[in-house]
Design a protein around this ligand. Sequence first.
Ligand SMILES: O=C(CO)COP(=O)(O)O
Length: 254
Amino acid sequence: MRHPLVMGNWKLNGSQQLTADLINGLRDALADVQGCKVVIAPPALYLTQAVAAVEGSEIGVGAQNIDVNLSGAFTGETSAEMLKDIGVRYVILGHSERRTYHHESDELVAKKFAIMKQQGLIPVLCIGETEAENEAGKTEEVCARQIDAVITAQGVDAFKDAVIAYEPVWAIGTGKSATPAQAQAVHKFIREHIAKQNSDVAQQVIIQYGGSVNDKNAAELFGQPDIDGALVGGASLKADAFSVIVKAAAAAKA
Ligand SMILES: O=C(CO)COP(=O)(O)O
């Protein structure tokens, strides 16, 4: 039995005020909700504040990126060890925005994934095809390649207690979500691809959908058997919309 995970990726948005208000709003709205793990991923600068503000609640805190090194002469970076030190447990890895704007390769992302596992942290590996790749019928090929980079380097067991977020690039921030059937087909492919190596790992790995998830379309997405939650961008910046998404996941997977 997989427990759903709904995670909010704030990207480069927020302030001290928003962090305080949003976490207060979520604590109120989600106080009685059970059966769905909730994690918020604010910008690195607000992580310490967020960790303190969620204390005593079930809300977890994640980061949006790490460096491949744990410490040393790497100006401007943040390490997995430091995140662990302040109480962060999850990190989003290989988001398409980092792959595009920071040229992160499958191999680099796999190295970051390995560091997360070594530190006992939970990687949230983002995969997904661009619009052009989708139109060229390459969705499965791209997802398999991005997953195989981790399997080749670390073996399929690396996905034990890890999270995959399928985020078709064409659905991110566009308001054009994949349909539940489209997303389910890719999630099923991802699970079967991992099952070729180890069916137990495939059955327990959390596969989130991401890309224009909102309070209106969440319930139908979570109704699909292989969609185990969501990685939410825009709608995670509003406590009311994000809470509706969390409640939809808890209800769908109860
Ligand atoms: O990139 C995303 C989450 O990581 C999705 O963003 P949106 O929900 O804004 O489309």
